[in-house]
Ligand binder design. Structure first.
Ligand code: ADP
Ligand code: MG
Length: 252
C-alpha cells in the first residue's frame, strides 16, 4: 500500500482548471519528483494535499487513512510535513531555537508562547532531538548563530530542519532550490539524500532544477496545464519528447 495516494484530484479557480484529475502515489521512504512549467498546478496540488486548498474532487489517503477533508494541523500530526516556499524564519532567534520552537508546536504542550516570552527552558530531550537534527543537516556549527547570519542555502536547511522536527512520514518540498546558486543547490540535494537515508522519510519534491530532480528522485510525474503528461522512472520521463517540449522548452 502506498504511503500517499492522491486519486483524481481536481482544483478549479474561477474558470481555470489548475489541477485536472491528477493521481499520484508515493511509497514509504520513496523520493518522487513533481515537475512542470510555471503555472502547471504543482503548488496548487501541494495545497490540496496539505488542506490549504480544498480540492473540488478526488481523494487523498495518507498511510491508509483518508485525509481529503481534514484540517491542515491534523494532516501534519498524521505525518505530512512541508517547508515553505518563502522562508519563514525569525530574525534574532538562533538556529537551534528555531528547531526547538518547531518541537514545541509538535508536542502541542502550550509552552510555545511561554518560550517566545522566555519563561520556560527546553528539556534535555528536546535539545537532544534538535541537536541530532542539526547534525544531520550539517548545521551543528551554527546552532548558536542568529538565523539571519546564515547564507540563503543554509537558511533553507533550517526550514527543512523545522519540518523534520515533526518526524514526518512524507515531506513535501516546493522548489527548495529557488534563489540558491549551483553550489548551494548541490549541497542541498546531497543533504536531502543524507536525511532520506538516515530517517527513511519519503519526499515529494517540486523542483525546476532538472539536475536536482535527476539526482534525487527515482520516479517522477510531469504536469502541464494541470494535467499529467508523463510519469515513470525519472531518467525515462526526462528523455520523453513531450516532457522536453513542455518542460524544458525544447523544440522536438
Ligand atoms: N488562489 C488562486 N486563485 C486563482 N488562481 C490561482 C490561485 N492559485 C493558483 N492559481 C492559478 O492556478 C494555476 C496553477 O498555479 P500554481 O499551482 O501556482 O502553479 P505552479 O506551482 O506549477 O507554478 C495558475 O494558472 C495560477 O495562476
Ligand atoms: Mg509553484
Amino acid at each position: 500500500m502506498a504511503l500517499l495516494d492522491a486519486n483524481g484530484i481536481t482544483k478549479r479557480f474561477s474558470g481555470i482548471v489548475a489541477v485536472d484529475d491528477l493521481s499520484l502515489s508515493v511509497a514509504n521512504g520513496e523520493a518522487v519528483g513533481l515537475i512542470g512549467p510555471n503555472g502547471a498546478g504543482k503548488t496548487t496540488f501541494f495545497n490540496c494535499l496539505l488542506g490549504i486548498e480544498r480540492c473540488d474532487s478526488g481523494t487523498v489517503t495518507l498511510d491508509g487513512q483518508e485525509i481529503t477533508r481534514l484540517a491542515t494541523y491534523r494532516r501534519a500530526r498524521l505525518g505530512l510535513g512541508r517547508t515553505f516556499q518563502r522562508m519563514e524564519l525569525f530574525a534574532g532567534m538562533t538556529v537551534r531555537d528555531h528547531l526547538l520552537v518547531a518541537e514545541r508546536s509538535r508536542l502541542g504542550t502550550g509552552r510555545l508562547w511561554k518560550d517566545l516570552l522566555n519563561r520556560s527552558s527546553p528539556s534535555a530531550e528536546e535539545r537532544s532531538r534538535a541537536d541530532h537534527t542539526l547534525d544531520l543537516l550539517g548545521l551543528a556549527d551554527v546552532a548558536e548563530s542568529p538565523v539571519e547570519a546564515l547564507s540563503l542555502g543554509r537558511g533553507r536547511l533550517v526550514e527543512v530542519g523545522r519540518a523534520l522536527m515533526a518526524e514526518p512520514k512524507l515531506l513535501l518540498l516546493d522548489e527548495p532550490s529557488s534563489g540558491l546558486d549551483a553550489g548551494e543547490t548541490n549541497a542541498l540535494a546531497e543533504t536531502l539524500r543524507d536525511v532520506q537515508a538516515a530517517r527513511g522519510t519519503a519526499v515529494l519534491l517540486v523542483e525546476h532544477d532538472v539536475d536536482f530532480v535527476r539526482s534525487f528522485a527515482s520516479r517522477c510525474y510531469v504536469l502541464d496545464f494541470g494535467s499529467l503528461i508523463a510519469e515513470g522512472p525519472t531518467a525515462t520521463v526526462l528523455a520523453e519528447d513531450a516532457v522536453r517540449k513542455a518542460y524544458l522548452g525544447e523544440t522536438v
